[in-house]
Design a protein. Sequence first.
Length: 179
Amino acid sequence: MSNVVVNNKTFQPFISSQKIDQRIKEMGNQIDNDYAGKRPLFIAILNGSFMFASDLFKSISIEAEICFIKLASYKGTSSTGNLITSIGLDESLVNRHVVIIEDIIDTGNTLHQFLPQIHNQQPASLKIAALLNKPTAMKYPIAIDYLGFSVPDKFLLGFGLDFDGLGRNLSQIYQLVNE
Ligand code: IMP
Ligand code: MG
């Protein structure tokens, strides 16, 4: 497979679509086993996770629901930093078995700020499924219950992940080539 150029940066193939498919099927099987009879509610975080969420959800055969939210972070002028609010979470989470679907957990900042909002709604349980994690970049200790791949702290592209809005449509995952 060849390199791609997006916004004048070069990216090289990193995880093939076959490997991604296979790993997502394994994650789906694991979730099937863990959640049989529990009718889990998946909450996919847009934009990046849409492709992973779609494939993961197709690989699940038990009764399950899915909804999508968008997280908006605002640069605060005060020292409290970023405030993250969710848009589109209409479902009641009370007594539901919730599984958050994320594309990649990098610093962990997004989930560190967002998870308390979910906890406040008193779900029966709360787990996290992420396709990718950069363990050396993590600043907050987020326990990832279902992880696709652990990756080095390099910028990735494709399979939903973007670089300035582009590259989400690539069916495999690419890594930035250092120049
Ligand atoms: P975190 O809050 O630092 O954990 O990162 C959250 C978000 O940053 C992810 O959900 C992605 O949308 C984005 N992100 C982190 N690393 C990458 C990457 O390597 N490529 C593209 N987007 C990324
Ligand atoms: Mg994201």
